[in-house]
Design a protein around this ligand. Structure first.
Ligand code: 13P
Ligand code: SF4
Length: 330
């Protein structure tokens, strides 16, 4: 395929959000009113603040949210997640308005894989099929053959048979997929997630000793030092489902701690222990990008219909194909 990149501008810096003088219950009522008035749907990822998840029409993992975006009849999609997720919704829905609470909610994986550098890197791998994790920019998607998420990456790579493959941008997910799919030759871009990268194996082992009956469950963005202790490795929705259905009563959960909100609801009475980051004093198991979104910013976005996420048409058309291919293969 043609790996030359259409020229696009970078994301403009977001202006400061104005203060909102509403009590929490008034704020929620206003969001519900604006949602009806705008015929909007609110999509939220499991890593969002609890109150945003509670207001959303759909809460899900990256694949489920893409599927919800692909089938919505709403005029406006309010995406409580990070930028690449809202971009994916826009690529699937060019005629709809896609708004985000905070335009600066980025992602270390997407930001660590700039499209021009990626395009040059790909020149070193002619004849390879490019599989990109959905945590990447629209421009990187436009350079890819098929997109995947953490819930379908192994299945998609297996379905490609013996084709030569490059995988981007998460090296830990890439290593996990290579192992699971029996593809030691997978060529991986060396990106990481700043949240999953900080979990500490030493502190995890200490925690396992304190809770010998607890099972470790982990997201595949974690490094091998964590994954080697995990009884189950899956996407956010896969981890919630496992906690719900497993006969085990206690879990050490190695992913962003926002997941605990829905996991508690799905597995009431079970003990859920967040996996420890390396530095005890930091909140490194919270994604600083996801946590930029607030109820106040969602209210302003629905009121003003901005900030909007747009994707230049030449990029959108090229990014759509690998996303559709993923949706068909899922
Ligand atoms: P999933 O919800 O698809 O497992 O992805 C996690 C993630 O990192 C989102 O940024
Ligand atoms: Fe990106 Fe990691 Fe935050 Fe997910 S948790 S949005 S992969 S930085």
């Amino acid at each position: 395929m043609d790996r030359h990149l259409p020229t696009v501008g970078s994301r403009p810096p977001a202006p400061e959000a104005e203060p909102v003088d509403l009590a929490p219950d008034e704020l929620e009522a206003e969001i519900r009113r604006l949602k009806r008035e705008r015929n909007a749907v609110i999509l939220a990822h499991y890593y969002q603040e609890d109150e945003l998840q509670d207001l959303a029409d759909h809460v899900g993992d990256s694949l489920q949210l893409s599927q919800a975006a692909a089938r919505t009849q709403a005029d406006v999609i309010a995406f409580c997640g990070v930028h690449f997720m809202a971009e994916t919704a826009k690529i699937l829905n060019p005629g709809k308005i896609v708004i985000v609470p905070d335009l600066e909610a980025g992602c270390s994986l997407a930001d660590g894989c700039p499209a021009p550098v990626f395009a040059r890197w790909l020149e070193g791998y002619p004849g390879h099929t490019v599989v990109s994790y959905i945590n990447c920019s629209a421009q990187v998607k436009a350079l890819s053959d098929v997109i995947c998420t953490s819930s379908n990456a192994v299945k998609i790579v297996k379905a490609l048979g013996d084709q030569k493959i490059v995988f981007a941008p998460d090296r830990h997910l890439g290593a996990f997929v290579a192992k699971q799919a029996g593809r030691p030759d997978l060529v991986c871009w060396q990106g990481t997630c700043i949240v999953h990268e900080t979990f500490s194996e030493r502190r995890l082992i200490e925690l396992m000793a304190q809770h010998p009956d607890a099972e470790v469950i982990a997201h595949p963005e974690c490094h091998e030092g964590i994954l080697r202790h995990a009884a189950h490795v899956a996407s956010t929705s896969g981890l919630i489902e496992y906690a719900r259905t497993s006969p085990k009563q206690a879990f050490i959960v190695a992913t962003e701690a926002g997941i605990l909100h829905k996991m508690r609801a799905a597995a009431p009475g079970k003990t859920l222990i967040p996996a420890p980051p390396d530095d005890e004093s930091c909140s490194c198991n919270l994604c600083p990008f996801m946590k930029r979104n607030t109820l106040e910013k969602l209210y302003l976005a629905l009121r003003d219909l901005r900030p909007q996420v747009d994707v230049p048409e030449p990029v959108r058309v090229r990014a759509l194909r690998p996303i559709q291919r993923m949706l068909e293969m899922s």
